[in-house]
Design a binder for this molecule. Structure first.
Ligand code: ADP
Length: 481
């Protein structure tokens, strides 16, 4: 019996046979390496039973050649290892190395390459056991078996190269290839490259080999896609950081230029006031002292000049106010809005009486803010509601609503209303819908309101119907700076 068993396994086989014949319990099914007559070896599964042969204890032994099974088991093991390694591959060099190792183990690869589609070419970036060491590219509209696999998006198996006109022999000193297997790999539906394996023998690749290389190709496709997504993510992340940087710079610049603009407006407004004062006072002198010498026309002109100067003075005052709204030097504190509205009522008591007007209000909250600006905001809205109002009893209603995050105030009047095409325009600086003769004003009031509200992090808008009245809405976040 022993002459059929490989020397490495002889000892154990002998021990077992003897033990079995002594009547001991021994495994009856096991694996050994057997030797053929020609000396070649193969893995076998043996099944041994103890029999009585003509009065003697004998071993009856069946052996089965399990070469294919062992090969499949090994392949599966290689495949598992390959899958695990490929799942963590970081770059194409690694993909190449892992693929090459797997192919050597499952196919006994003689030569081949990993080709990558780059633009209009298939570049054989990684070459295995080829004489030509330089990278070579094949145009996708030219001949070649690998190119054919790319274009057809299908596995190409050539059992005998000599029958295929497309075979690309490479250099003259290249060892001859007789069979070739090319399997494309994909990202989504696009062929990204091919696994190309060649063999010196005719018909070297079995159906099983094809399946295994196709499985490798699927994993390569996934790895390539994963690497690409990673690169894209990194680039996106980098881009976001760059944009954030730019945004911060822009913000700083904007803040600087805002500050510049504010101080510029402030200084200019102040400086403009001085010559205006001169115009007004000298004009006043003429009117007072030389009134007799002036013609009727001259008097009229002078009055116009003085009116214009007064209007300009108001414009400059509004500009000054507007430039101050942005400044952070006003003190924050708890402001009782009921008190604010009451103090406004006091300030404008004469107008209220003259117009037979009333102000009705909800119980208003105490909020965090700058009293000066909150007063200015309510004052502008209330006085507008009274000014643009022809009702026998102008009525201002101040209401408040709230959610968890914000207060929403509504200043409503029964005035002349605004038609909807002007709902946005009226908040622009110096935009007015009426001449100074109809209703006096500068057109700065609502821009000042807007600035104040936005400074609180809120929003202001109007809803109105011409002839019925207007409601100015504004929000103030409960947790404002
Ligand atoms: P001003 O009151 O100095 O004209 P505002 O900026 O306060 O400037 O208002 C801009 C324009 O919006 C006003 O000229 C007026 O036409 C319109 N407006 C503002 N408030 C009201 C209101 N409550 N009712 C009707 N129209 C209004």
């Amino acid at each position: 019996m022993l002459e059929h068993i490989h020397p490495d396994d002889q000892k154990i086989a002998q021990e077992r046979a003897e033990a079995r014949q002594r009547g001991e319990t021994v495994a009856s099914l096991y694996q050994v390496t057997l030797v053929r007559k020609d000396g070649s070896t193969f893995p076998a599964e043996v099944n041994v039973t103890l029999i009585d042969f003509q009065g003697t204890a004998c071993s009856l032994c069946y052996a089965r050649d399990i070469t294919d099974r062992v090969k499949q088991e090994n392949r599966l093991e290689v495949l598992h290892r390959f899958t695990a390694q490929m799942a963590s591959a970081l770059d194409l060099d690694e993909v190449n190395r892992i693929t090459y190792n797997a192919l050597v183990q499952v196919l006994g690869l003689s030569r081949g390459s990993l080709g990558l589609v780059t633009g209009e070419e298939l570049t054989h970036e990684y070459r295995w056991n080829m004489k030509r060491t330089e990278v070579f590219s094949m145009p996708l509209d030219g001949p070649g078996i690998t190119v054919r696999a790319v274009n057809s998006k299908k596995t190409v198996l050539i059992k005998d190269i000599r029958d295929d006109k497309d075979y690309y022999q490479g250099g003259e000193d290249e060892e001859s290839t007789l069979s070739e297997l090319v399997v494309p790999f994909f990202v989504e539906d696009n062929v990204e490259g091919v696994i190309n394996v060649e063999n010196k023998e005719v018909n070297a690749f079995s159906a099983n080999d094809v399946i295994i290389v196709e499985i490798l190709a699927v994993h390569i496709g996934i790895a390539v896609e994963r690497m690409r997504i990673r690169t894209e993510q990194k680039e996106t992340q980098k881009r976001i950081f760059e944009l954030l940087d730019q945004l911060q710079q822009l913000n700083e610049e904007l803040e600087r230029s805002n500050q510049d603009l504010e101080s510029y407006t402030y200084v200019v407004s102040h400086d403009l006031k001085a010559p205006l004062r001169t115009i007004k006072s000298f004009g006043g002198f003429i009117l007072e002292d030389d009134i007799e010498q002036l013609s009727l026309d001259s008097k009229e002109y002078l009055n116009r000049i003085l009116n214009a100067a007064t209007h300009m003075d108001e414009l400059i005052t509004d500009l000054l106010t507007l430039s101050r709204v942005g400044r952070k030097d006003t003190e924050l504190g708890k402001v009782n809005l009921n008190e604010i509205v009451e103090s406004i009522e006091n300030d404008i008591i004469a107008i209220l009486k003259e117009k037979n007007a009333v102000i009705l209000k909800d119980d208003l909250p105490v909020i965090e803010g700058q009293a000066t600006w909150l007063k200015q905001l309510f004052l502008n809205l209330i006085t507008n509601g009274l000014k643009f109002n022809e009702s026998p009893q102008p009525t201002i209603r101040i209401r408040v609503e709230q959610s968890e995050e914000i207060y929403q105030f509504i200043v409503n009047d029964n005035g002349i209303g605004i038609s909807s095409e002007y709902f946005e325009k009226i908040f622009d600086l110096f935009e007015r819908l009426h001449s100074n003769d109809q209703y006096e004003g500068t057109g700065a009031g609502l821009s000042i309101c807007k600035r104040i509200v936005e400074g609180f992090g809120g929003r202001i808008w109007v809803e109105s119907e011409a002839g019925v009245g207007s409601s100015f809405y504004f929000t103030i976040p409960k947790t404002n700076g």
